[in-house]
Design a protein around this ligand. Structure first.
Ligand code: ZN
Length: 282
């Protein structure tokens, strides 16, 4: 029977398979092969004896927290308090796309914006949609529920961007379930934090404030270039890095206003940061 690991506590693996929950142990052979089962892993289990028999190949692995096989990442992007941070948004998009995860941008706190600022956000949504990225606001809960149907999802974004509010809107019980254990049990800071996938309708949602500190350093310049989807579609020169090159279509389109200036500036900044081999954290 095939299932998915939703929780690991010491050497007990919670596996969801065909709508049932199985508390399994792992066969020692994984460790001999140097494999450690992770939350999110697809596994074959012996349901009668409650053993994990086999680990399926992973689509991706996120570090800190460690989760395998993430399908989608919702980037919760505050438009005010904290202010809109397009550098962070583009950085997260880079990492997410590079890890073969589908991003969804969710703009929050739109109601705090002036008419003029709302228009700016509207244009941003239009732009990101045009380049093939799903976008919505935190008022589009039904749309979001539809988008994440049957998927394993992480939520990410800066502190105070409204993750709890969003979880609450999805399902009140989900937000309670995703409270850090230490808080839920009233223990101190030193309680071991574990990662868990929670069921929401047919989706699984990771209980993490976001996969922080995945550095762009892990990405090469080529990776960054490839994750700026619209640049590569625009410029016909395959080897063009869209920097100093003459006749680069990307630069022309930035000049013409067809490519967002912020996108291009962030791109140059990420490239420059890699030159200095600087670690990029957020
Ligand atoms: Zn170019």
């Amino acid at each position: 029977m095939q299932g998915k690991i939703t929780r690991i506590i010491s050497n007990l693996y919670t596996v969801e398979a065909e709508g049932q929950i199985y508390e399994c142990r792992a066969r020692g052979k994984f460790y001999h092969d140097g494999l450690t089962p992770l939350v999110g892993d697809l596994v074959i289990i012996d349901a009668d004896n409650k053993y994990i028999l086999e680990l399926k190949p992973r689509k991706n692995v996120l570090l800190r927290p460690t989760i395998a096989n993430i399908d989608m990442a919702v980037i919760i992007t505050s438009t005010k308090q904290p202010n809109l941070d397009l550098n962070l948004l583009d950085r997260l998009l880079c990492i997410i796309i590079h890890n073969k995860i589908e991003p969804i941008i969710c703009f929050t706190k739109i109601d705090l914006l002036s008419f003029k600022d709302k228009k700016i956000i509207k244009n941003l949504i239009k732009y990101y949609r045009k380049i093939g990225i799903k976008c919505l606001t935190n008022n589009d809960i039904r749309k979001l529920t539809k988008m994440i149907k049957d998927k394993t999802v992480v939520l990410t974004g800066q502190t105070g961007a409204g993750k709890s509010t969003l979880l609450n809107k999805l399902d009140n019980s989900l937000n309670l379930a995703t409270q850090p254990i230490s808080k839920a049990l009233g223990r101190g800071k030193h309680t071991t934090r574990h990662v868990e996938l929670f069921k929401y309708k047919t989706s699984l949602i990771a209980d993490t404030p976001g996969f922080s500190a995945l550095d762009l350093k892990e990405l090469t310049k080529e990776d960054i270039k490839n994750s700026f989807l619209e640049f590569n579609l625009s410029c016909e020169f395959k080897d063009c890095m869209h920097q100093e090159e003459k006749n680069c279509e990307v630069k022309k389109l930035v000049g013409a206003g067809d490519i967002l200036t912020s996108r291009y500036q962030n791109y140059l900044k990420f490239m420059e940061d890699l030159n200095g081999n600087k670690r990029i954290n957020y």
